[in-house]
Design a protein around this ligand. Structure first.
Ligand code: ZN
Length: 248
């Protein structure tokens, strides 16, 4: 692009998307004189899901604005918590986020996840068909036009990923109500109601408390429970159990 040059000022948390030589507070960028600002920002490397408010020479601007020479363009991150209008808040996670998927389900957050790689086009279509927010660390995936909604996951560590998503979208939390294996709803159960589903050793030493209505997996208070309870307690302490008023 060799048209009008603008000055780009990108919020610190979005600078990782820029090429290394542009990761300064203020950088010059040549545009083609006809592309809209939304496209220019995306071309600079910022996924469309991550660009929030745009400000041109101190005034709010729409993504359709055509940048002119000498303008200063500020790009902010999306507001937190981010509102996702049009459907109850539900997620779809890409194949690399299996641990995050299980932790969101543990907290009762509706989370679709395919353990096999179904491919970017299919994942984006699934997001649109089921109105789920696609979470991914794949910038190319987040640029796909078919996406209904999406968000970049900023950390590669599951505990930070969980805090990122809970802080960004503020989903209502309902721990121990969803199957971590398949996202199905859990209903209360007892040893007597599910005798055929439990191995002998487990039946002697643990109490059954729930069963998945979808895959019939049985949940009992097992040895690894303490670790999961710590994840739940930490999430509730920081993000609370109350659903947002916009949740359906
Ligand atoms: Zn299940």
């Amino acid at each position: 692009m060799n048209g009008p040059e603008i000055h780009l000022e990108v919020a610190p948390e979005l600078r990782l998307f820029l090429s290394p030589e542009r990761r300064r507070r203020r950088t010059a960028l040549a545009t083609d004189g006809s592309s809209a600002l939304g496209h220019v920002v995306e071309s600079a490397g910022i996924p469309p899901t991550e660009a929030g408010r745009l400000v041109v020479d101190g005034r709010p601007a729409a993504p359709s604005h055509i940048p002119r020479a000498g303008e200063t363009v500020e790009v902010y991150a999306v507001d937190r918590p981010q509102q996702v209008p049009g459907a109850p808040l539900r997620f779809l996670l890409d194949v690399h986020l299996g641990t995050l998927a299980r932790r969101l389900r543990l907290l009762g957050v509706d989370t679709a996840y395919f353990s096999e790689d179904i491919g970017d086009p299919a994942l984006a279509r699934y997001s649109a068909e089921h109105r789920r927010v696609l979470l991914s660390r794949d910038r190319g995936l987040l640029r796909r036009r078919e996406l209904w909604a999406g968000a970049y996951v900023y950390s590669d560590r599951p505990d930070e990923q969980l805090r990122d998503v809970l802080g960004r979208f503020a989903p209502g939390l309902a721990p121990w109500t969803r199957c971590t294996a398949c996202n199905g709803e859990l209903v209360p159960a007892s040893k007597e109601s599910v005798p055929g589903r439990i191995e002998d050793g487990t039946e002697r030493t643990h109490d059954v408390f729930a069963q998945c209505v979808a895959c019939e997996r049985v949940y009992w208070r097992g040895a690894h429970h303490h670790r999961l309870e710590a994840i739940v307690a930490d999430a509730l302490r920081e993000f609370g159990p109350a659903p947002r008023p916009t949740d359906g």
